[in-house]
Design a protein around this ligand. Structure first.
Ligand code: ATP
Ligand code: SF4
Ligand code: MG
Length: 346
């Protein structure tokens, strides 16, 4: 993608969202009449992080590593097996009634696929105004139509197109409609689950630029989920890399892209396309062998060990997440966390 030029990120504020040891296991059951649990898919398995006010935290990892489940937990669309999360100090999973409605208003989601997430039979005005039906207490005091037109303008669409239907817009424009709907209730946090993955490469940068601009104007905080480290680079202040339900490395943009110490992050980075052909020859790619193991039966010790070229005996017996390491510059769940050697791994 033609990414916007990298700019120094602003100093960000105190945590608005705090997530601690969050776990979501989906039971695997057998039997038709008497269902019994025979196992569990460990979709999210002990995730902790803070989202600071005004920052963008990227969450990156391969398909099935638990990104969307994490997003759904934060949106209270799923309840966790265990763990905690607070939004502005309020317990996300204990909230009920009016307090839950307030929390839900304050955190909105932008979904991946603008083709299926917009109802084709509703006009754009009705789609963007729908949150006011669900939360009448947050509806504008004056004209709803004027507020919807303001939102259309805010996301770079013509307010005159309020009566059009989704099929009359391009993919990028539909994602702008999705963003306008997410902003209708004036939330402080947006959880964006692969918001540009379904878009043409040329359109991705435009939508990312829009999200950055809205963040500056409205002081929003973003969780930005993606498969690919290259997509999140220019929008994220910090990035968390996920593997099989866990965060394996978390750091600032510079820590992840220039000083990654976890072998999995290093492998993902080595696969990022490089535009310069000379640099591409020196890219020193790491080819990960094998598939991601099943989250129903993750490997003992380090979950990455079945694909890691640096694995040693200790990796099979000791979970690196739980081993405290002195003076870590940034968290990296590896017994042998270190900057990558220039030599190609075997
Ligand atoms: N409702 C559910 N019941 C059982 N298993 C589920 C459920 N939802 C997700 N899973 C499983 O949990 C794991 C994590 O899924 P999730 O959708 O969170 O991954 P993801 O990182 O978002 O993947 P992708 O990049 O493909 O969107 C997968 O193995 C998935 O099959
Ligand atoms: S703990 Fe061992 S297996 Fe896991 S990433 Fe580090 S070296 Fe590889
Ligand atoms: Mg997903």
């Amino acid at each position: 993608m033609t990414a916007p030029a990298s700019q120094p990120k602003k100093v960000r504020g105190e945590p608005i969202l705090a997530v601690r040891d969050l776990v979501k296991h989906f039971p695997i059951t057998r039997g038709v009449i008497f269902q019994r649990q025979v196992g569990a898919v460990r979709a999210v398995d002990g995730v902790s992080f803070d989202l600071r006010r005004g920052e963008t935290l990227g969450i990156v990892g391969e398909s099935g590593c638990g990104k969307s489940t994490l997003a759904r937990l934060l949106m209270r669309l799923e309840m966790p097996t265990s763990g905690a999360a607070t939004l502005e100090g309020r317990d996300l999973f204990a909230a009920r009634g009016a307090q839950l409605r307030r929390l839900r208003r304050n955190m909105q989601m932008v979904l991946q696929d603008p083709y299926t997430s917009l109802n084709p039979r509703m006009t754009v005005g009705d789609i963007i105004g729908e949150p006011f039906e669900i939360h009448p207490e947050a509806a504008p005091k004056g004209s709803r139509q004027r507020r919807v037109q303001e939102l259309l303008d805010m996301v770079g669409l013509s307010p005159e197109h309020i009566n059009r239907y989704p099929h009359q817009f391009s993919g990028g424009q539909r994602q702008r409609i999705g963003i306008a709907r997410a902003l209708a209730l004036r939330p402080e946090v947006l959880v964006c689950d692969e918001p540009v993955s379904a878009l043409d490469v040329s359109i991705q940068a435009q939508v990312i630029n829009l999200l950055e601009q809205l963040q500056d104007e409205l002081g929003l905080s973003y969780i930005f989920i993606a498969h690919d480290l290259s997509v999140v680079r220019h929008i994220c202040d910090r990035v968390a890399v996920m593997y099989l339900g866990r965060i394996v490395e978390l750091g600032t943009e510079a820590e992840i892209y220039q000083r990654a110490t976890h072998p999995y992050t290093q492998a993902l980075l080595s696969a990022v396309p490089v535009p310069d052909p000379e640099q591409r020859d020196n890219q020193n790619m790491i080819r990960l062998i094998g598939d991601v193991p099943s989250p129903a039966n993750p490997p003992s010790g380090c979950r990455f060990r079945t694909r890691c070229w640096k694995a040693q005996d200790v990796c099979a017996t000791q979970d690196p997440d739980t081993v405290p390491r002195a003076a870590d510059p940034h968290p990296s769940a590896c017994h042998f966390a270190e900057l990558r050697e220039p030599a190609s791994p075997s």
